[in-house]
Design a protein around this ligand. Structure first.
Ligand SMILES: *[C@@H]1O[C@H](CO)[C@@H](O)[C@H](O)[C@H]1NC(C)=O
Ligand SMILES: *[C@@H]1O[C@H](CO)[C@@H](O)[C@H](O)[C@H]1NC(C)=O
Ligand SMILES: *[C@@H]1O[C@H](CO)[C@@H](O)[C@H](O)[C@H]1NC(C)=O
Ligand SMILES: *[C@@H]1O[C@H](CO)[C@@H](O)[C@H](O)[C@H]1NC(C)=O
Ligand SMILES: *[C@@H]1O[C@H](CO)[C@@H](O)[C@H](O)[C@H]1NC(C)=O
Length: 633
């Protein structure tokens, strides 16, 4: 018996140590002292936003390290629902979507995480992160207590938040707080039942011991509709705002607790056709210092913006539809390609005066290479490649169907019918109800006639004979991500008229270009073409291809499409995004080194929608060009 005593004592000792350890990991709000508390001590976060969905996985660690070396102690991360549940009920957390790997890298780097799981995130991301399949229910009221919407949200959050629970700080991970919805007060619905439901779900899946918060814009209306008892109310604002006024507003809704600016804007986004946005470095660093001196916790939006690869860009709708460009550089402290900028150095100088920043050099910019020109060859037009691009074949319908009805949510679809009568004279092809979402490229019997565009070009002329084939390639340019009009169905939303005749009897081809590219089906046969031919500048949607040899150096590069009009580019099997140098301001696409191969020729595929230049060349440069509206040649 005696010999058991030490064992019991040891066990007690071990238990005590463990419970002390467990207790020592805590993160909470100290309402008495107007601050956060981490492990029982006052804590102020200096954070930056970074979106894993906009950065190649191979570069996550590099970007996080640069943020850490700037002196940040936290990052803020959005989770785009549609990136993980593209098809309802099928969840993808692999590769570039491996959120837990990203959290792990952040934790290893020494960064805490402020998680923003939505379900709506805005973020200038396709449909604000909501999956387009939600639109299967006609007139669904998104971001409200709509039954179907709530059911889908619950199913998603059950998967996501269950994964996140072990990552909460008090459970041994690095997530210190979790945002519920996003800027909900800016949405017309103002549905407290929805917010209450989310509140319940978040606690159900994460437990009671977690800081849940909301973020809203700097107006009373937004704070009134966006905040909810039990969710800590924070505010967001940029350099054009009076700090005192904004934090006083937060105080009216949250009389005690830390001051928090959840989105302090270091830069801004670009739309096609608009001026390039930038925010002054001096203003950013001065205001950051002023907020930190007040003891406020601040998240800089963005710290590293990255890229809207593929079809993931969002769009705004104010007076008209405005699509967000491919680059999400955001004029942020780390550039689109992850390079430290002067803005980063200025911010670091400010942070230095508030906390010890890590010793050691800032990791350098990743090397960039100018690979030079690549000449492309024509592979064929969309109509001649339909078997490859649409292996399932068409859906037949008397009237046009939307993308959502055909269950192709992103990219392009081809609508085909015939002319119902002879139209020897130019005759208007009309979208009477402004139902082109978002651009339609029109050919009659293989001859390109022009395009229709949402809100701006609802009529064009065509000529032809009865029975001629009318092909209309429709492009989804990204769903609206903010405001009232987020139910943004794509495709042809209503009938098209030819003069007074309604066009009917459509064949609708869903196009899976990503798969065709990845399968190598769109490579031109270079062996049969003499070297260096001039392109025949065909008009209308065409596929072109070519190869880039990197000579063993897979460095970052920037692709310039001088003389090309508008389209989409793939490098190997990766969909890089949209280009539109004629509209600008973006002129180059970021080509991350990890997308390139050292050992094999890199296959470049381009879908040019309007007109390729006769030189047929594209240029890989060593620097980006994001700020030209209207192309210079
Ligand atoms: C996070 O990092 C800390 C410190 O390196 C480590 O002790 C902890 O186990 C990590 N947590 C997770 C969930 O990986
Ligand atoms: C901000 O507003 C406060 C209170 O209205 C005012 O006293 C202060 O001068 C303003 N600050 C700036 C920088 O304009
Ligand atoms: C597509 O190419 C084929 C074969 O070269 C040609 O016959 C056809 O007219 C073209 N169609 C369109 C819509 O350009
Ligand atoms: C269509 O053609 C008619 C007759 O030539 C012309 O008056 C009209 O301006 C054209 N409309 C468009 C949109 O090009
Ligand atoms: C490019 O395409 C060729 C032919 O299909 C293929 O052999 C090669 O592996 C591809 N290159 C890369 C980097 O995938």
């Amino acid at each position: 018996m005696k010999s058991h005593v030490p064992f019991v004592l040891i066990s007690l000792f071990v238990l005590t140590v463990f419970s002390v350890l467990a207790d020592s990991r805590s993160f909470s709000i100290d309402y008495e002292n107007n601050c956060f508390q981490k492990d029982g001590k006052p804590f102020q976060y200096i954070s930056g936003s970074i979106h894993y969905s906009r950065i190649p996985r191979d570069y996550w660690k590099d970007r996080l390290l640069k943020m850490y070396m700037t002196g940040l102690n936290a990052i803020q991360v959005y989770v785009p629902w549609n990136f993980h549940e593209t098809i309802q009920g099928a969840f993808n957390f692999a590769g570039d979507r491996d959120l837990e790997y990203f959290l792990n890298l952040a934790n290893q780097t020494g960064l805490l995480v402020i998680l923003r799981p939505g379900p709506y995130i805005c973020a200038e991301w396709e449909m604000g992160g909501l999956p387009a399949w939600l639109l299967h229910k006609p007139n669904i009221i998104l971001r409200s207590a709509d039954t179907e919407y709530l059911q889908a949200v619950s199913d998603w959050l059950a998967v996501l938040l269950t994964k996140m629970k072990p990552w909460l700080y008090q459970n041994g991970g690095n997530i210190i707080s979790v945002q519920v919805e996003n800027e909900y007060g800016s949405y017309f619905a103002c549905d407290y039942n929805y917010m209450r439901h989310l509140h319940t779900l978040f606690h159900l899946f994460l437990g009671e011991d977690v800081i849940l918060f909301t973020t809203d814009g700097n107006t009373d209306k937004e704070m009134i509709c966006g905040t909810l008892e039990g969710l800590y109310a924070t505010i967001d604002f940029g350099t054009d705002t009076n700090i005192t006024t904004a934090f006083n507003r937060q105080r009216r809704f949250e009389p005690k607790g830390p001051l928090v600016n959840s989105e302090f804007y270091t830069g801004w986004l670009d739309h096609w056709g608009d001026k390039h946005a930038s925010v002054d470095t001096e203003k950013v660093s001065k205001m950051l210092g002023e907020m930190l001196v007040m003891g406020a916790s601040v998240n800089m939006y963005m710290f590293e913006g990255g890229t809207n690869f593929g079809y993931w860009n969002g769009a705004d709708y104010d007076t008209r539809f405005r699509s967000v460009v491919t680059s999400y550089d955001y004029n942020a402290p780390l550039s689109e390609a992850g390079d430290p900028t002067d803005k980063l150095l200025a911010i670091r100088d400010v942070i230095k005066t508030f906390r010890d920043i890590p010793v050691g050099p800032m990791p350098p910019a990743t090397p960039k290479l100018s690979y030079g020109f690549v000449t492309l060859l024509k592979v064929g037009n969309i109509s001649s490649l339909l078997d490859t691009l649409s292996p399932q074949g068409p859906v037949r319908s008397q009237y046009p169907l939307t993308f959502e009805e055909v269950k192709q949510y992103y990219g392009f679809m081809l609508y085909r019918t015939t002319l119902p009568r002879n139209v020897p004279e130019p005759t208007p092809l009309i979208s009477p109800l402004n139902g082109i979402r978002d651009r339609a490229y029109v050919s009659v019997n293989g001859v390109y006639q022009g395009f229709l565009e949402r809100d701006t070009t609802l009529v064009m002329n065509v000529t032809g004979r009865q029975g001629d084939q009318l092909d209309i390639l429709v492009e989804n340019m990204g769903r609206v991500n903010f405001g009232t009009y987020i139910n943004d169905n794509k495709g042809l939303l209503g009938n098209l008229n030819l003069g007074n005749d309604v066009l009917t009897d459509w064949l609708i081809y869903p196009l899976d270009i990503n798969t065709a590219v990845a399968s190598g089906w769109l490579q031109s046969d270079h062996s049969e073409v003499p070297p260096g031919p001039e392109l025949e500048p065909g008009d209308g949607p065409m596929i072109y291809s070519g190869t880039l040899k990197t000579k063993g150096l897979e460095w970052d590069s920037f692709l310039k499409l001088n003389g090309w009009t508008k389209g989409q580019v793939w490098v190997n099997s990766v969909n890089l995004g949209r280009y539109w140098p004629q509209r600008g301001p973006q002129q180059t696409l970021y080509v991350p080194g990890p997308f390139l191969s050292a050992t094999q020729p890199n296959n470049i595929t381009i879908l040019e929608l309007e007109r390729a230049p006769s030189h047929g060349r594209i240029l890989f440069m060593d620097r980006p060009q994001l700020d030209n509206t209207g192309q210079k040649t």
